[in-house]
Design a protein around this ligand. Structure first.
Ligand code: ZN
Length: 264
């Protein structure tokens, strides 16, 4: 973590604040409740290293909690209320702005956070004058050769092939492979058949209890450290391109910010 003087230099270079956002929630019997936070922090660090020659970045400490009502009631789940997450994002953005950094990117690892982070980014623009963005990194596209023969999308929603593979590549000792079991595949397929696009155009406030006894939605038994490393590298490269785009993005005009004051 940089010192204050280094952060001032990052501000002088029109740098970007990278804020990893995770969750603390059940991830089945084989992955840690910290999985989303570990993955978000690893992506932010990897992207920062990839852009180091062109873009100054400040990788902030990861927010270890997110919005996880869909895993409420399972041991290990600690969900922020929406108001708390929005207030936390605003406080962090205020401190980033006061440090002289006007571009911020939330690097998110938990699927329940994006809607709130989109609201947070709008508030940070209007209230703090930041060019604020959020990216859900596990949702970034994978090369076609990585999506053949494995469960993807809604059938890989939680603690399945993707997350288990990435964790095997980042921290194999943290994965209990012997406890990994597929779950929820038939339930998700049935739910998808009953709606046009269940987790896309149509909002479905699912709870894990609707879909899975174990807490897993997907098939972690196919997980592979090599696949996880390739997926991580591909998405980290895309994330680095996004960081470069954020660094080059125009800032909200100062006069608009000061006139609008505390506009929501
Ligand atoms: Zn997760």
């Amino acid at each position: 973590m940089p010192e204050s003087t280094e952060i001032a230099r990052i501000a002088d270079r029109d740098g970007v604040a990278l804020v990893p956002v995770g969750a603390t929630e059940q991830h089945g019997p084989h992955l840690s409740v910290t999985t989303d936070t570990v993955i978000a922090a690893a992506f932010a660090a990897a992207a920062s290293a990839r852009v180091a020659k062109d873009v100054a970045t400040w990788v902030l400490p990861a927010i270890p909690f997110g919005y996880s009502p869909e895993h409420a009631g399972r041991p290990g789940t600690i969900s922020l209320s929406p108001d708390t997450l929005l207030a936390l994002a605003d406080d962090i953005g205020r401190g980033v702005a006061a440090s002289g950094i006007r571009r911020l990117l939330f690097v998110n690892g938990h699927g329940g956070n994006p809607e709130l982070l989109h609201v947070a980014c709008r508030q940070l623009r209007e209230r703090r004058g930041l060019a604020a963005f959020a990216v859900h990194v596990p949702g970034l596209p994978l090369p076609p050769e990585l999506t053949e023969g494995v469960t993807t999308g809604d059938l890989d929603a939680h603690a399945g092939h993707y997350e288990t593979s990435v964790m095997l590549s980042l921290d194999p000792a943290a994965v209990r492979r012997d406890a990994a079991r597929a779950d929820g595949l038939a339930e998700v397929t049935a739910a998808a058949a009953s709606l046009t696009r269940p987790f896309g155009a149509v909002s479905v406030p699912w709870h894990v209890d609707d879909l899975s006894a174990s807490g897993v939605i997907g098939d972690p038994t196919t997980a592979d450290a090599g696949w996880g490393a390739r997926a991580f590298a591909a998405q980290a490269a895309t994330l680095a391109d996004i960081v470069r785009a954020v660094a080059a993005h125009s800032l909200p005009p100062e006069w608009v910010h000061s006139r609008r004051g505390d506009a929501e």
